[in-house]
Design a protein around this ligand. Structure first.
Ligand code: PEP
Length: 247
């Protein structure tokens, strides 16, 4: 049976001392029966790799280059991430789409680069508040998903995870309602079913202001396979409660 996946996204937070404390606390309370991971900033991959070695907490990164090597100053390739035991990489987070101008097609190429390196891309999709209020949610998601299918073949789509993260719910304290989330997750599942044989095996996560008290209801939705957790992943007790809710 597919286990749920809960991934913490530290974003640009942390330092060596705090990371060590946080990771030790998380490792002490990690539940079984759920797959958990944390996506740390690049400079802390080596530290996290050594603290997580031999544990069940997976290591992730927050982005990668679409290229495998060469003259791309400041970029980090999938192979470099794999070299630090990274298993997951977030691609297309709405902060990068908005602040770094990452387009749908670049996100798709990054997902492909991750797969080439043997990583699992967590592909973020989601609408803004203006798009939702204009009744455009499904069109936006369709566009973001279709861009993936332009670059990834069916086998590759079967190896990604999709994270539905409504932009208006990220870091705002305002999680989407369970009805809103399930409606989108089933839309994504139907999109997957049109492209891959075992669409039920592809994990679909929800992200956006998930807290310990909302996690159980969100993860219990028929098409929810776990969550992507920002702010709440920076505090071990909260993050652990959220992981527990996915067991
Ligand atoms: C995120 O950044 O992916 C996220 C879901 O953030 P938060 O949980 O803080 O809303």
């Amino acid at each position: 049976m597919k286990r749920k996946l809960v991934v913490g996204n530290w974003k640009m937070n942390g330092d060596r001392e705090r990371n060590q404390i946080l990771l030790r606390e998380v490792l002490q309370g990690l539940p079984v029966g759920v797959e958990c991971a944390i996506c740390v900033p690049f400079p802390y991959l080596a530290q996290a790799e050594s603290l997580l070695g031999g544990t069940s907490l997976g290591l992730g990164a927050q982005t990668l280059s679409e290229f495998d090597h060469g003259a791309h100053t400041g970029e980090v390739s999938g192979a470099m991430l794999a070299d630090f035991s990274v298993r997951y990489v977030i691609v297309g987070h709405s902060e990068r789409r908005a602040l770094q101008g990452e387009s749908d097609s670049l996100v798709a190429r990054k997902a492909l680069a991750a797969l080439r390196a043997g990583l699992i891309p967590l592909v973020c999709i989601g609408e803004t508040l203006a798009e939702r209020e204009a009744g455009e949610t499904e069109n936006v998601l369709q566009r973001q998903l279709d861009a993936l299918a332009e670059v990834l073949d069916a086998d590759s789509i079967g190896r990604i995870a999709v994270a539905y993260e409504p932009v208006w719910a990220i870091g705002t304290g305002r999680a989407a309602s369970v009805e809103q989330v399930q409606a989108v997750l089933s839309f994504v599942r139907a999109w997957l079913a049109g492209r891959v044989r075992d669409a039920g095996d592809v994990r679909i996560l929800y992200g956006g202001s998930v807290k310990a008290d909302s996690a159980q209801a969100l993860f219990g939705l028929p098409d929810a396979d776990g969550g992507l957790i920002g702010g709440a992943s920076l505090e071990a007790p909260q993050f652990l409660e959220i992981c527990e809710a996915a067991v």
